[in-house]
Design a binder for this molecule. Sequence first.
Ligand SMILES: Nc1ncnc2c1ncn2[C@@H]1O[C@H](COP(=O)(O)OP(=O)(O)OP(=O)(O)O)[C@@H](O)[C@H]1O
Ligand SMILES: [Mg+2]
Length: 251
Amino acid sequence: MLSAFFLDRVPTGIKGLDELLGGGFPDGRCILIVGSPGSGKTTFALQYLYHGAMLGETGLYVTLDEHPDHVKRNLQSYDWDIDGMEKKGKLLFIDASGLRRTGGESNRLSPYGGSATDVSDFTELLKTINKVVEGENVRRIALDPVTSLMLRYVEELKKRRATVAFFDALADSGCTSLITSELKTSLMDRRFQLEEFLSHGVVLLHTLFHEGNVVRAVQIEKMRGISHDTQIRPYQFGVTGIEVFPRDKVF
Ligand SMILES: Nc1ncnc2c1ncn2[C@@H]1O[C@H](COP(=O)(O)OP(=O)(O)OP(=O)(O)O)[C@@H](O)[C@H]1O
Ligand SMILES: [Mg+2]
């Protein structure tokens, strides 16, 4: 049957983006969201999970930089009932923010609800994620941001192996996962980051400067297995989160 060759799609919840993707993210894949500070990485990640929760799909947010309470507070300007979804068990949080503060020793990591597990690296984090995914029937994962985890590996080969294993394991969980990554240089003259080569798909959040104005724009750099738009398209923040304008061009 021909349809067996097409990947199922997961609606992103980002208004306008599904049109660029031909329906949504490919099911069961690991997608990287790359952007500069304040470009909307956390908004994107939570919007994706919140939309899934509205559809009845349980979402898991793994925070690697900030405490979950801070993340929620920063998203209060959107009309999302995150606490309500959390109470219903449709949004779960893992606090892995302790990881960024140390080099390699074990740290405390709190899965939802407050009970804690020790984690030291990708492997420990995966174990905790898998336990929650299996126990709570999670369908969507967002990990925000992966940058501090990557910095734990000095040696390139070890970093590459750990990243491949991590992305593969997330895909094996059966969930469709988003991983955010921080961009430290301008998008126009940047070097590609290792995680971009290793993930199944990459969405770039550009912050551009044009005639004295800041222009926000999204671009699907790659999405293995599907045909998609590759143009740079404008987006903006509103009370419902990020909205992409799929027919408009920036240049
Ligand atoms: N209700 C709103 N209306 C308009 N813009 C908003 C609204 N809420 C947030 N923003 C914009 O979203 C930006 C922050 O988004 P977000 O925290 O998702 O970015 P980020 O890429 O995760 O940032 P960081 O690099 O600090 O982690 C703010 O700088 C602000 O410009
Ligand atoms: Mg953020």
